[in-house]
Design a protein around this ligand. Structure first.
Ligand SMILES: [Zn+2]
Length: 527
């Protein structure tokens, strides 16, 4: 029963609850490099720090480090060859004239799929890498901490095609009898650190357990995050977590509760049942309007305190996108080619699959959620404006959000919240690195940092949609419809991956399953 409790508490846990059945990712190397010297020639750089685009530049990488960034001319004029860094013997050049380079993206909420969705790790990893995601934080280590740490090592050694992995174990994972006391909590936290985890993902627990676990974890130098599930949020919200030393939060649950002024508990209807997911998600859509209004005294006070505690928000806007427009999320143009049939089946309305609460979802629910988003986005945007850290996390593999694609949607939604495209990119890169505590090595394209880059033949500041694997639609002067963008190269740790080839591999995995099952995407109830 304990597992049931976990399952209902989180968007995450379903994915990896049955450990033994997870297919292993094949140990093939799809990328090329590292090189003694790799020079990316003539690219326009968006470096992730908030600096505007600058170029053309040559970026020189040795093995896996950026060693030089050299301006090589003026925009629109031929490259000034005299300025170009010389190619060493055995060096490799990548001609990227006219293209844009960005830091590798960091997905702060990246589940690696699993048996409930029927998704092989290779499918998930390649979708991420094809979208320029070179680092993920796995919030719950849903495939088991040992499995995640094994793949973290393989990724670090570049023996598999996968982003860098940071493992934040689900609090209590592996403890079958549950954690009921502060002492049990501290013991579990110490054991988790000893095993090599990077942090903890909480879902809520009794206050004394939360407090002890967060403090012990912090004392050990690890980081933490929480999906403040409704079952515990009335007695422990986001402010409690931040004050105890938690470093970040997922989604948004627990924030409206910290912002209540005229109530202490969400206004649940009497027939509400948390395990009924239509109840859970429908009522969540009415939550922000129950909290203090934007810019009111209490709203300001809570925001300012969270910022003073250096607390990171990881909103995962995209994972609730279907709640305000189910048609859009279901009919996204990449599903036919890139959503694995078993994943599609997992998304479809069901009383059982997590995040498939489309029992009776329509205009009323969507309008509530649209209003919910406005209040939520106001908070997140102002948090950023006052110096608070906001990151980009996808939580994909649920609610019609396919890996990689959903992350790009997250960037679009940060834009919608009010972020300038450069602020969006910074959230997706440097802010993520800071939240993970790895900004010395990752998060921006600067000399001395590890070589994680995204290279694309279009300007993502003009249209973030060019970052989708399927690119963006463009009409040429002679009236032809073309696709612009899709990441061209993903460079991770100095290894160069052809992002289009990775996407083709994903399509092959999908095609194989289609051929095996005869599946084709249909609208439920329509023959
Ligand atoms: Zn999750």
């Amino acid at each position: 029963m304990r597992r049931i409790l976990f399952l209902t508490a989180c968007l995450c846990i379903w994915a990896g609850s049955i450990l033994a059945q997870i297919p292993k990712s094949p140990e093939v190397k799809d990328g090329e490099g590292q090189y003694n010297q790799l020079i990316i020639r003539g690219v326009t750089l968006i470096n992730g720090t908030g600096a505007p685009p600058n170029g053309p530049v040559d970026i020189v990488i040795e093995k896996n480090r950026i060693v030089q960034i050299q301006n090589v001319g003026s925009p629109g004029l031929p490259i000034n060859n005299a300025r170009r860094p010389a190619l060493k013997e055995g060096g490799k050049e990548l001609n990227c004239e006219g293209m844009y380079a960005l830091p590798g993206f960091i997905d702060m909420h990246g589940h690696i799929g699993g048996s409930a969705q029927g998704t092989p790790a290779e499918y998930v990893f390649k979708l991420w890498m094809a979208h320029g995601i070179t680092t993920i934080r796995d919030p719950s280590a849903g495939n088991g901490l040992d499995w995640v740490l094994e793949h973290k090592r393989k990724s670090a050694d570049n023996t598999i095609t996968a982003p860098r992995i940071y493992a934040y174990t689900a609090f209590g994972q592996g403890n079958r009898s549950g954690i009921h006391t502060a002492e049990q909590a501290r013991a579990w936290v110490r054991e988790n650190a000893k095993k090599g985890a990077d942090g903890i993902k909480f879902f809520g627990a009794p206050p004394e357990v939360m407090d002890a676990a967060i403090r012990e974890n912090k004392a050990l130098g690890l980081r933490s995050t929480c999906h403040h599930a409704q079952v515990d949020v009335a007695r422990w919200n986001v402010l409690n977590s931040a004050r105890a030393g938690m470093t970040s939060m997922e989604h948004w649950y627990g924030l409206p509760e910290a912002l209540f002024t005229d109530k202490t508990i969400q206004q649940y209807p009497a027939d509400y049942n948390y395990s009924n997911e239509q109840h859970r998600f429908e009522e969540a859509g009415k939550l922000w309007k129950q909290a203090a209004a934007p810019y009111s005294d209490h709203w300001n006070k809570v925001m300012n305190e969270l910022i003073s505690l250096d607390f990171t928000l990881d909103p995962t806007f995209n994972i609730y996108d279907a709640n305000r427009d189910l048609h859009r999320a279901r009919r996204a143009e990449w599903h036919e080619q890139y959503t694995l049939p078993s994943l599609w089946k997992f998304f479809e309305p069901s009383y059982q699959s997590h995040g498939s609460y489309w029992h009776n979802w329509g205009t009323e629910q969507e309008v509530e959620w649209k209003n919910n988003y406005r209040l939520w986005m106001s908070f997140v945007n102002e948090y950023k404006n006052r110096g608070g850290r906001v990151t980009a996390g996808s939580d994909n593999g649920f609610i019609y959000q396919t890996y990689g694609f959903g992350y790009i949607r997250e960037l679009e939604l940060l834009r919608e919240a009010g972020f300038h495209p450069l602020e969006v990119i910074r959230s997706a890169t440097l802010n993520g690195a800071q939240a993970l505590g790895v900004e010395k090595d990752l998060g921006s394209v600067e000399v001395g940092k590890l070589a994680d880059l995204v290279i694309i033949n279009a300007n993502p500041l003009k249209n973030l949609q060019v970052l989708y694997g399927t690119g963006a639609i463009e009409l040429t002067k002679d009236n032809k419809i073309i696709r612009t963008g899709g990441v061209s190269y993903t460079i991770k740790d100095g290894v160069v991956y052809d992002a289009k080839k990775l996407l083709a591999d994903v399509k092959k995995i999908v095609d194989q399953e289609k051929a095996k099952t005869g599946w084709q995407l249909k609208q439920p109830g329509i023959e």
